[in-house]
Write a new protein. Sequence first.
Length: 292
Amino acid sequence: MRVRVHATIANFGPGFDVFGVGIGEPYDELRFRESDEWVIRVRGHKVPENPDNVVIVSAKALASMVGEDVALEMELAKGIRPKSGLGSSGASSLAGALAMAKVLGVEDERLVLRAAMEGERAASGSAHGDNVVPAYYGDFTIIESNEPLRVWRIPVDFEVVAVLPAVEIPTSEARGVLPSKIPREDALRNIALAASLVLALKEDDLRAVGRLLDDRIALPYRKRLMPWYETVRRAALEAGAYGFSVSGSGPAVFAIGEDVAQIGKAVAEAFSGMGIDSDVYVTKAGRGAAWF
Protein backbone atom coordinates (compact mmCIF):
# COMPACT_ATOMS: atom_id res chain seq x y z
CA MET A 1 0.00 0.00 0.00
CA ARG A 2 1.15 3.54 -0.63
CA VAL A 3 0.16 6.93 0.80
CA ARG A 4 1.22 10.36 -0.43
CA VAL A 5 1.38 13.34 1.92
CA HIS A 6 1.95 16.77 0.48
CA ALA A 7 3.88 19.77 1.72
CA THR A 8 2.16 22.50 3.69
CA ILE A 9 2.43 26.23 4.19
CA ALA A 10 2.07 26.84 7.91
CA ASN A 11 1.37 30.25 9.44
CA PHE A 12 0.08 31.47 6.02
CA GLY A 13 0.66 35.16 6.55
CA PRO A 14 -0.75 36.42 9.85
CA GLY A 15 -1.79 33.02 11.24
CA PHE A 16 1.25 32.20 13.36
CA ASP A 17 0.94 28.61 14.67
CA VAL A 18 -2.76 28.66 13.70
CA PHE A 19 -3.23 28.85 9.90
CA GLY A 20 -2.07 26.28 7.37
CA VAL A 21 -2.82 25.04 3.87
CA GLY A 22 -1.87 21.94 1.91
CA ILE A 23 -0.09 22.35 -1.43
CA GLY A 24 0.51 19.85 -4.24
CA GLU A 25 4.31 19.80 -4.37
CA PRO A 26 6.69 18.68 -3.03
CA TYR A 27 5.46 15.54 -1.26
CA ASP A 28 6.49 12.39 0.61
CA GLU A 29 5.35 8.90 -0.40
CA LEU A 30 5.31 5.94 1.94
CA ARG A 31 5.01 2.29 0.91
CA PHE A 32 4.25 -0.07 3.76
CA ARG A 33 3.06 -3.49 4.82
CA GLU A 34 2.59 -5.34 8.07
CA SER A 35 5.73 -7.06 9.29
CA ASP A 36 7.24 -9.02 12.18
CA GLU A 37 9.67 -6.19 12.90
CA TRP A 38 10.06 -2.47 12.31
CA VAL A 39 11.97 -1.67 9.12
CA ILE A 40 12.32 1.65 7.32
CA ARG A 41 14.27 2.42 4.18
CA VAL A 42 14.63 5.95 2.84
CA ARG A 43 15.37 7.36 -0.58
CA GLY A 44 15.46 11.01 -1.52
CA HIS A 45 16.34 13.54 1.14
CA LYS A 46 18.34 12.11 4.01
CA VAL A 47 16.51 11.32 7.25
CA PRO A 48 17.18 8.61 9.87
CA GLU A 49 16.65 4.96 8.90
CA ASN A 50 16.04 3.92 12.48
CA PRO A 51 13.31 4.17 15.17
CA ASP A 52 14.03 7.92 15.53
CA ASN A 53 12.37 8.50 12.15
CA VAL A 54 9.06 10.27 12.81
CA VAL A 55 7.29 7.86 10.46
CA ILE A 56 7.94 5.08 12.98
CA VAL A 57 7.27 7.34 15.97
CA SER A 58 3.79 8.30 14.78
CA ALA A 59 2.92 4.80 13.58
CA LYS A 60 3.87 3.38 16.97
CA ALA A 61 1.93 6.15 18.71
CA LEU A 62 -1.30 5.23 16.92
CA ALA A 63 -0.85 1.52 17.62
CA SER A 64 -0.32 2.31 21.29
CA MET A 65 -3.39 4.57 21.40
CA VAL A 66 -5.63 1.71 20.27
CA GLY A 67 -3.86 -0.96 22.34
CA GLU A 68 -2.28 -2.87 19.46
CA ASP A 69 1.26 -4.19 18.98
CA VAL A 70 1.95 -4.20 15.25
CA ALA A 71 5.16 -3.60 13.28
CA LEU A 72 5.48 -2.25 9.73
CA GLU A 73 8.01 -2.56 6.96
CA MET A 74 8.17 0.80 5.19
CA GLU A 75 9.92 2.59 2.36
CA LEU A 76 9.86 6.38 2.48
CA ALA A 77 10.41 8.41 -0.68
CA LYS A 78 11.40 11.65 1.04
CA GLY A 79 10.52 14.43 -1.38
CA ILE A 80 10.18 17.30 1.11
CA ARG A 81 13.54 18.60 2.25
CA PRO A 82 14.01 18.70 6.03
CA LYS A 83 14.40 22.18 7.54
CA SER A 84 12.63 23.69 4.55
CA GLY A 85 9.64 25.41 6.13
CA LEU A 86 7.33 23.22 4.01
CA GLY A 87 6.19 20.81 6.72
CA SER A 88 8.73 18.04 6.13
CA SER A 89 8.44 16.39 9.54
CA GLY A 90 4.67 16.91 9.54
CA ALA A 91 4.29 15.08 6.23
CA SER A 92 6.36 12.11 7.35
CA SER A 93 4.61 12.00 10.71
CA LEU A 94 1.20 11.96 9.06
CA ALA A 95 2.32 9.29 6.59
CA GLY A 96 3.33 6.99 9.43
CA ALA A 97 0.06 7.53 11.30
CA LEU A 98 -1.99 6.94 8.14
CA ALA A 99 -0.07 3.75 7.36
CA MET A 100 -0.80 2.31 10.78
CA ALA A 101 -4.43 3.47 10.55
CA LYS A 102 -4.83 1.59 7.27
CA VAL A 103 -3.30 -1.60 8.70
CA LEU A 104 -5.41 -1.49 11.87
CA GLY A 105 -8.61 -0.19 10.28
CA VAL A 106 -8.61 2.99 12.38
CA GLU A 107 -10.99 5.60 10.91
CA ASP A 108 -11.02 8.18 13.71
CA GLU A 109 -9.48 11.28 12.08
CA ARG A 110 -8.65 12.96 15.37
CA LEU A 111 -6.85 9.88 16.63
CA VAL A 112 -4.77 9.76 13.44
CA LEU A 113 -3.93 13.45 13.75
CA ARG A 114 -3.03 13.01 17.42
CA ALA A 115 -0.61 10.22 16.51
CA ALA A 116 0.91 12.38 13.76
CA MET A 117 1.36 15.20 16.26
CA GLU A 118 3.39 12.82 18.41
CA GLY A 119 5.77 12.53 15.48
CA GLU A 120 5.97 16.31 15.45
CA ARG A 121 6.71 16.25 19.17
CA ALA A 122 9.67 13.95 18.51
CA ALA A 123 10.91 16.22 15.73
CA SER A 124 10.53 19.63 17.35
CA GLY A 125 9.68 19.17 21.01
CA SER A 126 6.00 20.15 20.75
CA ALA A 127 2.94 18.28 19.51
CA HIS A 128 1.72 21.00 17.16
CA GLY A 129 -0.85 20.54 14.40
CA ASP A 130 -0.32 23.47 12.03
CA ASN A 131 1.39 21.19 9.48
CA VAL A 132 -0.19 17.76 9.99
CA VAL A 133 -3.76 19.11 9.97
CA PRO A 134 -3.58 20.89 6.59
CA ALA A 135 -1.46 18.01 5.24
CA TYR A 136 -4.32 15.66 6.08
CA TYR A 137 -7.22 17.73 4.79
CA GLY A 138 -5.50 19.84 2.14
CA ASP A 139 -7.85 22.70 2.96
CA PHE A 140 -7.02 26.03 4.52
CA THR A 141 -7.18 25.11 8.19
CA ILE A 142 -7.43 27.02 11.44
CA ILE A 143 -6.30 25.37 14.68
CA GLU A 144 -8.76 26.65 17.26
CA SER A 145 -7.09 24.59 19.98
CA ASN A 146 -4.65 21.71 20.33
CA GLU A 147 -6.13 20.31 23.53
CA PRO A 148 -8.79 19.33 22.72
CA LEU A 149 -8.03 19.39 19.00
CA ARG A 150 -10.50 21.69 17.28
CA VAL A 151 -10.10 22.57 13.61
CA TRP A 152 -11.94 24.88 11.19
CA ARG A 153 -11.60 24.29 7.45
CA ILE A 154 -12.13 26.28 4.26
CA PRO A 155 -11.87 24.33 0.98
CA VAL A 156 -9.45 26.12 -1.37
CA ASP A 157 -8.22 25.63 -4.93
CA PHE A 158 -5.83 28.30 -6.16
CA GLU A 159 -2.40 28.42 -7.74
CA VAL A 160 0.62 29.12 -5.60
CA VAL A 161 4.37 29.06 -6.09
CA ALA A 162 6.77 27.99 -3.36
CA VAL A 163 10.48 28.70 -3.73
CA LEU A 164 12.96 26.87 -1.53
CA PRO A 165 16.47 28.36 -1.37
CA ALA A 166 19.50 26.18 -0.70
CA VAL A 167 19.89 27.46 2.84
CA GLU A 168 18.64 26.05 6.14
CA ILE A 169 16.88 27.69 9.07
CA PRO A 170 16.35 25.20 11.91
CA THR A 171 12.92 25.59 13.52
CA SER A 172 14.54 25.92 16.94
CA GLU A 173 16.59 28.89 15.72
CA ALA A 174 13.55 30.49 14.07
CA ARG A 175 11.61 30.18 17.33
CA GLY A 176 14.57 31.36 19.37
CA VAL A 177 14.55 34.83 17.80
CA LEU A 178 10.92 35.48 18.74
CA PRO A 179 10.28 37.83 21.66
CA SER A 180 8.22 36.77 24.66
CA LYS A 181 6.01 39.85 24.20
CA ILE A 182 4.99 41.94 21.20
CA PRO A 183 3.68 45.52 21.05
CA ARG A 184 -0.08 45.93 21.39
CA GLU A 185 -0.37 47.62 17.99
CA ASP A 186 1.28 44.61 16.33
CA ALA A 187 -1.12 42.22 18.04
CA LEU A 188 -4.10 44.30 16.94
CA ARG A 189 -2.82 44.47 13.38
CA ASN A 190 -2.42 40.68 13.22
CA ILE A 191 -5.95 40.16 14.50
CA ALA A 192 -7.26 42.44 11.76
CA LEU A 193 -5.16 40.73 9.09
CA ALA A 194 -6.11 37.21 10.18
CA ALA A 195 -9.85 37.90 10.43
CA SER A 196 -9.88 39.66 7.06
CA LEU A 197 -7.85 36.90 5.38
CA VAL A 198 -10.34 34.23 6.46
CA LEU A 199 -13.19 36.22 4.93
CA ALA A 200 -11.19 36.89 1.76
CA LEU A 201 -10.57 33.16 1.34
CA LYS A 202 -14.26 32.40 1.81
CA GLU A 203 -15.04 35.00 -0.87
CA ASP A 204 -12.29 33.57 -3.13
CA ASP A 205 -10.80 37.06 -3.43
CA LEU A 206 -7.16 36.24 -4.14
CA ARG A 207 -6.11 39.86 -4.58
CA ALA A 208 -7.32 40.57 -1.06
CA VAL A 209 -5.70 37.39 0.25
CA GLY A 210 -2.39 38.53 -1.21
CA ARG A 211 -2.70 41.98 0.32
CA LEU A 212 -3.31 40.37 3.71
CA LEU A 213 -0.25 38.09 3.65
CA ASP A 214 1.53 40.14 6.27
CA ASP A 215 2.63 39.35 9.79
CA ARG A 216 3.65 41.40 12.82
CA ILE A 217 4.24 38.53 15.27
CA ALA A 218 7.06 36.45 13.81
CA LEU A 219 8.23 37.79 10.45
CA PRO A 220 9.77 41.08 11.67
CA TYR A 221 12.08 39.10 13.97
CA ARG A 222 12.75 36.15 11.68
CA LYS A 223 13.84 38.38 8.82
CA ARG A 224 17.18 38.82 10.57
CA LEU A 225 17.78 35.13 9.73
CA MET A 226 16.84 35.83 6.10
CA PRO A 227 18.94 38.78 4.87
CA TRP A 228 17.75 38.02 1.34
CA TYR A 229 14.02 38.30 2.18
CA GLU A 230 13.28 41.87 1.07
CA THR A 231 15.16 41.38 -2.20
CA VAL A 232 13.20 38.30 -3.24
CA ARG A 233 9.92 39.79 -2.00
CA ARG A 234 10.46 42.84 -4.17
CA ALA A 235 11.20 40.58 -7.15
CA ALA A 236 7.94 38.68 -6.58
CA LEU A 237 5.83 41.83 -6.33
CA GLU A 238 7.44 43.34 -9.42
CA ALA A 239 6.58 40.11 -11.28
CA GLY A 240 2.91 40.53 -10.41
CA ALA A 241 2.48 38.74 -7.09
CA TYR A 242 -0.64 39.69 -5.16
CA GLY A 243 1.19 38.77 -1.98
CA PHE A 244 4.34 37.12 -0.70
CA SER A 245 5.45 35.63 2.60
CA VAL A 246 7.49 32.97 4.36
CA SER A 247 6.26 29.39 4.59
CA GLY A 248 6.38 28.13 8.15
CA SER A 249 9.61 29.24 9.78
CA GLY A 250 11.41 29.40 6.42
CA PRO A 251 13.54 29.45 4.44
CA ALA A 252 10.87 28.55 1.85
CA VAL A 253 8.83 31.50 0.60
CA PHE A 254 5.58 31.52 -1.35
CA ALA A 255 3.49 33.83 -3.48
CA ILE A 256 0.08 33.98 -5.14
CA GLY A 257 -0.83 35.94 -8.24
CA GLU A 258 -1.97 35.78 -11.86
CA ASP A 259 1.12 34.05 -13.28
CA VAL A 260 2.75 32.08 -10.49
CA ALA A 261 5.24 30.43 -12.84
CA GLN A 262 6.62 33.83 -13.86
CA ILE A 263 6.66 34.95 -10.23
CA GLY A 264 8.59 31.84 -9.23
CA LYS A 265 11.09 32.43 -12.02
CA ALA A 266 11.62 36.01 -10.84
CA VAL A 267 12.17 34.92 -7.24
CA ALA A 268 14.61 32.18 -8.31
CA GLU A 269 16.54 34.71 -10.40
CA ALA A 270 16.70 37.06 -7.42
CA PHE A 271 18.13 34.26 -5.29
CA SER A 272 20.58 33.36 -8.06
CA GLY A 273 21.73 36.97 -8.20
CA MET A 274 22.79 36.60 -4.57
CA GLY A 275 24.59 33.31 -5.26
CA ILE A 276 21.81 31.11 -3.81
CA ASP A 277 20.38 28.14 -5.70
CA SER A 278 16.70 27.39 -5.26
CA ASP A 279 13.95 24.92 -6.17
CA VAL A 280 10.68 26.27 -7.57
CA TYR A 281 7.36 24.48 -7.05
CA VAL A 282 4.53 25.79 -9.21
CA THR A 283 1.55 24.04 -7.71
CA LYS A 284 -1.92 24.39 -6.22
CA ALA A 285 -3.26 24.92 -2.74
CA GLY A 286 -5.89 22.49 -1.57
CA ARG A 287 -4.11 19.12 -1.82
CA GLY A 288 -4.55 16.64 1.03
CA ALA A 289 -3.19 13.18 1.74
CA ALA A 290 -4.01 10.58 -0.91
CA TRP A 291 -3.89 6.78 -1.27
CA PHE A 292 -2.45 4.93 -4.29
